[in-house]
Design a protein around this ligand. Structure first.
Ligand code: ADP
Length: 470
């Protein structure tokens, strides 16, 4: 077995969200289980070549996209024990952002990622990979292209987020080098447009989503983003494998970006992390619980609900720290509230170090996502003893269970069912009530810190799936 794992983003080279985390953690975990796996991503301009000792391979890929030829250059490095290949072509890589400025997509994204997809197929041919593991729309086109190229490799397509499907006008078929044969309802055609995600689903031997509940939800109109019928058609090859986190990377007992390390047995460090964070934020009400929110400012993450609930939420005895970036309107609305309420702090931007200090120093994580394919924040939070308050949907439903169940299942937190302010506020009140019972709070924290959300389990499931395809 020889796996090519393709993703538009891989941590720590480039990251916009959970996809990058998994695209790092899963190949690493697979290679530790003795699987021969190579990861591939574009070599964006902002990837730090020096820091990661990324070297040119002196090899080129000559890619035919319709009437035009593109020469891509190959680079590589070893990272965490695996080989990472990088595809470079100026059109694909010489940009300031991954997909576009916040809230927007580059107009040439079809051409950009078509170059990447053609490169993936060329690599698979050259190195005789037995499996292509494609992730999200950016790599989905490689599935039909692989079939056109007569590739024998098995194709696994993972949907990390169905909301982003890679939709382009029909005219883009030509410049992306896709045969018009594929422009039919059973494949790429979607209400007159080209839909890459559909191509990935149609041509894959197996399709996975990143949590079992999401695999079921997306077959329903409410969460199917227009593809529910198409997914029902392909349901026999569709399954959900819960993502995991890199528990070596997210480990409060050795994390050097936090003020003090701690473990489930020795929690003093967590209190120091909180104190340091609050001092930094210029908040002196240390005794109040600290709620955190980390994530992209987009509708998916429940920003509307949070904003609606905020006036009442902020009257409760708590502090709230929000970190994120994305749509400017959300950031502006949050900052306006930040000026009104002394117990609210807003940090706009992408800040890995601050996010870790928040996971470590927070008491509760707010994650009111409208939908959530899996969600990593809640798992990272629990690893750091920060209890999640979540909308019980998708992966959040699979990972956060109400406290007080007879049998304790991993993990515990405060799920709420209705996507409405009273439900969110009710869950927050429950959290506040637990916060008042120090012994019980510590017990739940310790329980969550002991839960196994490691990527190891997830990797074993993928390994079984790869084997089953042979
Ligand atoms: P997404 O839908 O964005 O992929 P996930 O929960 O799967 O959501 O993953 C989010 C990942 O990105 C987590 O590792 C989280 O800590 C990180 N993250 C999100 N926004 C920020 C930010 N503004 N600064 C730092 N890290 C962030």
């Amino acid at each position: 077995m020889k796996i090519l794992f393709a993703s538009a983003e891989i941590f720590p080279f480039a990251k916009s969200g959970g996809l990058a985390d998994i695209a790092h953690a899963l190949p690493v975990a697979l290679s530790r289980q003795k699987v021969d796996v190579t990861a591939v991503m574009p070599l964006y301009r902002f990837v730090d070549r020096e820091r990661f000792a990324i070297r040119p391979l002196g090899e080129r890929l000559s890619l035919d996209l319709g009437s035009r030829r593109y020469d891509a250059e190959l680079f590589a490095c070893r990272f965490d024990g695996i080989e990472i290949l990088f595809v470079h072509h100026p059109l694909l890589c010489d940009r300031d952002h991954l997909y576009g400025p916040p809230g927007e997509g580059y107009e040439e994204n079809d051409l950009r990622f078509a170059i990447f997809c053609h490169a993936i197929v060329a690599l698979a041919q050259r190195h005789r990979f037995t499996h292509l593991h494609l992730n999200d729309w950016h790599t989905a086109l490689a599935a039909p292209l692989a079939h056109d190229a007569g590739l024998r490799a098995k194709i696994l397509f993972t949907i990390h987020n169905l909301a982003y499907q890679g939709l382009f006008p029909k005219s883009s078929l030509e410049r992306t080098g896709v045969s018009p044969r594929h422009f039919r309802m059973e494949e790429l055609e979607f209400y007159g447009q080209v839909n890459w995600m559909k191509g990935g689903i149609a041509h894959a031997d197996a399709v996975t989503t990143v949590s079992p509940t999401y695999a079921v939800e997306i077959q329903e109109p409410e969460y199917g983003c227009g593809l529910d019928g198409f997914l029902r058609l392909h349901r026999r090859k569709l399954s959900g494998i819960l993502n995991g986190i890199d528990t070596d990377l997210y480990d409060p007992s050795i994390d050097d970006s936090i003020a003090a390390t701690f473990t489930a047995e020795r929690m003093e460090g967590k209190a120091r992390c909180k104190r340091e964070l609050l001092e930094d934020l210029d908040i002196n009400k240390y005794e109040l619980p600290l709620f955190i929110f980390i994530g992209r400012f987009v509708e998916q993450k429940g920003l509307d609900l949070l904003l609606d609930a905020m006036p009442k939420l902020l009257k409760l005895p708590l502090n709230l720290l929000i970190l994120g970036d994305g749509e400017a309107a959300y950031a502006a609305a949050l900052e306006r509230l930040g000026r009104r309420f002394a117990n609210l702090r807003i940090r706009v931007g992408y800040d890995e170090a601050l996010s870790r200090r928040m996971y470590a120093g927070g008491d509760f994580l707010l994650m009111p996502s409208r939908f959530e394919p899996c969600g990593l924040n809640q798992m990272i939070a629990m690893r750091y003893g920060t209890l999640p308050v979540v909308h019980a949907v998708g992966g959040l439903r699979d990972t956060v269970h109400p406290i007080g169940r007879a049998s304790k299942v991993c993990g515990l937190g405060f799920p709420f069912v209705k996507m409405e302010p009273p439900a969110l506020l009710g869950a927050v009140e429950e959290a506040l009530s637990l916060f008042g019972k120090k012994g019980s709070l510590e017990e739940v924290r310790r329980f969550d810190m002991g839960c196994d959300f490691s990527i190891r389990k997830c990797a074993s499931r993928y390994l079984d799936l790869y084997r089953s395809l042979l």
